[in-house]
Design a binder for this molecule. Structure first.
Ligand SMILES: N[C@@H](CCC(=O)N[C@@H](CS)C(=O)NCC(=O)O)C(=O)O
Length: 210
């Protein structure tokens, strides 16, 4: 049984597990309560960030790397086009852009906006992070003008990676998504896998739906 530690970007992992029909257990990690009070989790990830997984003797962090692990170990699946598939380059690019180009920047925008003291909310780094996010988002918008999903005609894990970042943008950073992104998100939210993941991730559901 695979254990997923923590929501946040762990939503990506749970969503993928639901799409793949793999059994898992979600073990909450309360970052706000202080991860130093959770020694069991610190044994899994001494750096104290989420998500992490445990699969037998294997422990991993980094949501996109975890997704690649699950797809590789428990695939093959249409959620990850093979290296010789025409969809592979776009798949690979957007799978990583979802974190490296979008969510990683948004994380600092969200921190400044929701957690920082009032006087530091609109600081230079937060504005730079928002600019980086907005520039990378143009690639997503451009792609979705020509294809329903980021790798092309078929839903893949790249859509999970970017879809999570767009939910984060909307809810944590007050980004108003354009028509193309909104239509994309509507397609994703219709999926049984997305709905089951949201059902399992209570904290995420409370945050996104509020
Ligand atoms: N690139 C990492 C980012 C992980 C990350 O920043 N997680 C946040 C919550 S979603 C966290 O644990 N923040 C607390 C910290 O970094 O100490 C991933 O994709 O898993």
């Amino acid at each position: 049984m695979i254990t997923v530690f923590g929501e946040g970007r762990g939503f990506r992992v749970v969503w993928l597990l639901e799409e793949m029909g793999l059994p898992y257990r979600l073990r909450g990690v309360d970052l706000l309560a202080g991860v130093e009070n959770d020694p069991e989790f610190l044994e899994i990830n001494p750096a104290g960030f989420i998500p992490a997984i445990r699969d037998g003797a294997i422990t991993m962090v980094e949501s996109v790397a975890i997704m690649e692990y699950l797809l590789g170990r428990y695939g093959p699946t249409s959620l990850a086009p093979g290296a010789h598939d025409a969809a592979f380059p776009a798949y690979q690019q957007f799978l990583h852009l979802g974190e490296a180009g979008l969510a990683a920047s948004l994380y600092f925008v969200s921190g400044a906006r929701n957690i920082a003291p009032e006087s530091e909310r609109d600081n230079w780094s937060a504005r730079q992070a928002m600019d980086v996010f907005s520039s990378r988002l143009q690639l997503v918008t451009h792609r979705l003008r020509f294809a329903p999903y980021l790798a092309g005609d078929v839903f893949t894990a790249a859509d999970i990676s970017v879809g999570y970042a767009l939910e984060m943008a909307r809810k944590n950073a007050g980004v108003v998504l354009g028509d193309v992104e909104q239509a994309f998100m509507a397609r994703l939210r219709e999926r049984g896998g997305y709905q089951r993941a949201l059902e399992a991730c209570h904290a995420t559901r409370g945050w996104w739906i509020s």
